[in-house]
Design a protein around this ligand. Structure first.
Ligand code: GLP
Length: 241
């Protein structure tokens, strides 16, 4: 695992955006796995700035989702589908046909999970998967104790994660209890994993993930098993390394 310490979130976003641009110059139809939350926003802003400036042609790139809430209507502003369309797909000038995501509104959620897992493989696999990290060490929505071999499936959020994500909703009660997430085994199939963590609040989780033992209790520690994993941290998030 490669750990890169950058001065701040903007520098992390710029560094990762350049890595994505380099990938897309080499493989124009690359499949990019994107994460939600606040952390990756500087990446998307830096990448769309590069596209607007003509530094990279991302018109053939494809975007896929890491996770999704169950039960939020697809058009809900905080469904991850809406977030990814708003923050990534539209700013890059792509259409919805360039986008793959699980169906969080499906009646048969398990079937939707399996269909999405298969769709990722059929699309040729994820070339670069962006990840954030939860304060409890989760990746995607794989909460502590998730199997390191897990596939895309339904999960129940911990109270901590619901509280962490309540800021996106009008009231904490509106945060869904259930989610679909790529499993840890699914995530590990991406060709390159890039995790960005910023801020002091992530320092413990980063230290456990990078320097602790590989353990289901810290899902992000599974990156230690991957042959090409890059962890980009700002100085605050690196403060316990
Ligand atoms: C959610 C998402 C994760 C993300 C995490 C951290 O739980 N499912 O993919 O990494 O939030 O979010 P933030 O970057 O806002 O701290």
């Amino acid at each position: 695992m490669e750990v890169v310490i950058v001065p701040d979130a903007t520098a992390g976003g710029e560094l990762i955006a350049e890595a994505i641009a380099t990938l897309v110059r080499r493989k124009p139809d690359a499949l990019l796995g994107v994460a939600t939350g606040s952390t990756p926003l500087p990446i998307y802003q830096a990448l769309s700035a590069k596209v607007r400036a003509g530094e990279v042609d991302a018109s053939r790139a494809r975007i896929c989702q890491l996770d999704e809430y169950v039960g939020l209507p697809a058009g809900h502003p905080e469904s991850y589908r809406s977030v990814v369309l708003r923050e990534v797909v539209e700013p890059l000038g792509l259409g919805e046909d360039a986008f793959l995501g699980p169906d969080g509104t499906a009646e048969d959620v398990q079937a939707a999970c399996e269909a999405y897992d298969s769709a990722l493989s059929e699309a040729g696999g994820v070339d670069l998967q962006l990840l954030g990290i939860g304060t409890d060490g989760h990746i995607g929505f794989n909460e502590p104790c998730s199997s390191l071999a897990s596939r895309t499936r339904i999960k129940t959020l911990t109270q901590q994660t619901r509280e962490d994500n309540a800021r996106f909703f009008d009231s904490p009660d509106e945060v869904p209890h259930h989610v679909i997430t790529q499993g840890i085994g699914t995530i590990l199939e991406a060709r390159h994993l890039v995790l960005l963590a910023t801020g002091e609040g992530k320092a413990d989780a980063v230290a456990h993930a990078v320097e602790g033992p590989v353990a289901a209790l810290v899902p992000a520690s599974a990156l230690q098993l991957h042959p090409h994993a890059t962890v980009v941290v700002d100085e605050a998030a690196a403060s316990k390394l």
